[in-house]
Design a protein around this ligand. Structure first.
Ligand SMILES: Nc1ncnc2c1ncn2[C@@H]1O[C@H](COP(=O)(O)OP(=O)(O)O)[C@@H](O)[C@H]1O
Ligand SMILES: [Mg+2]
Length: 302
């Protein structure tokens, strides 16, 4: 039997979610009866002490930090073992919201108007409301909507507090009113779009991890077509160079304008997660969705 190693856990703030994703993926792959699956709970940002002998492929179930921003991908490139999801370079770009927006702009893929500031900027350079973000976090930590001038300084402080001391640029983005939607892309093909419906139209930390009021209905197929969600999602993945699996998140205005918010290169795979839900909508089992992603595993030889 082919031997698959599922990497999970890690040291980022998303460790606990990653353990849930990883265990689910391992179970899903086992249920297919064709793989020997090993679960690796990583407790450091290195593969040096992990025995990967016999691994035919690696399934990356790490979220955030080193496991989603090119670190583990680079090590696996060096080892020459195929892994799931985008390569090191695309992972690094997608984790950096400013780098991502530069590339999306260059490729005429719609994103909200934006600029960058330093933590001492006295006033907001864009018309309010805006959203202030640290460029490189992933669970809505340090992100603030600024509707009134007096909220500006606090928003900069919140973003700075989660940024490393050597990173200076803070992202400021026009607030996009309306709805939130997401499209998983696997092997260059878009899965059915899902809407994220929150009570206050904001998918922050609490809505992600503490609330059970958030609903995730499928977007009506005709509407998804009209909004061109699949085309924009796959174009965004191509522009950033994402292969394997990526989840592209959108804001959609009441007028039907679509803006890419961000790309997630190691999307969640818990029982409530959106990419498996979208994959299962196409008739696959949870394990078969994992297997489809595994079938796209590859690595870049250095
Ligand atoms: N420009 C924006 N307009 C409206 N809402 C936004 C905007 N940017 C972020 N948000 C809200 O904040 C949430 C988190 O922002 P996001 O950029 O996805 O960061 P994270 O990487 O932390 O998920 C989004 O899901 C959305 O609900
Ligand atoms: Mg997000």
């Amino acid at each position: 039997m082919e031997k698959i190693f599922v990497l999970m856990g890690g040291c980022s703030s998303e460790r606990d979610i990653s353990l849930l994703s990883g265990r689910n993926i391992a179970e899903g792959l086992r249920s297919l009866g064709k793989y020997e699956v090993a679960e690796i709970d990583l407790k450091e940002e290195s593969l040096a002490s992990v025995d990967l002998s016999g691994a035919s492929k690696i399934y990356i179930a790490l979220h955030g930090g080193w496991g989603e921003s090119g670190g583990v991908q680079k090590e696996l490139d060096r080892l020459g073992i195929p892994y799931t999801g985008p390569g090191a370079k695309a992972s690094q770009i997608a984790m950096d919201k400013i780098a991502t927006k530069r590339i999306l702009d260059k490729n005429s893929i719609p994103t909200a108007p934006w600029t960058t500031v330093t933590a001492d900027a006295p006033v907001c350079p864009l018309a309010l409301p805006v959203v202030v973000k640290p460029p490189c976090d992933g669970s809505s930590v340090g992100i603030t909507k600024v509707s009134r001038p007096e909220e500006w300084r606090g928003a900069l402080a919140a973003a700075s507090s989660v940024m490393s001391p050597d990173s200076k640029e803070i992202l400021v983005e026009a607030f996009v009113p309306g709805r939130e939607m997401t499209v998983g892309v696997v092997g260059g093909k878009a899965l059915p779009a899902i809407e994220i419906v929150t009570p206050h139209g904001w998918y922050g930390y609490d809505e992600k991890y503490n609330s059970n009021e958030t609903r995730y209905p499928f977007v009506d197929e005709e509407e998804a077509k009209r909004l061109k969600l699949s085309e924009i999602a796959t174009a965004a993945c191509d522009a950033i160079g994402c292969r394997g699996v990526t989840r592209v998140d959108f804001r959609v205005t009441p007028e039907g304008e679509v803006y890419v918010l961000e790309l997630n290169t190691s999307p969640g795979f818990t029982s409530h997660s959106l990419v498996p839900k979208a994959g299962m909508k196409t008739g696959l089992s949870f394990g078969q969705v994992c297997d489809l992603i595994l079938s796209k595993a590859s690595c870049d030889h250095e």
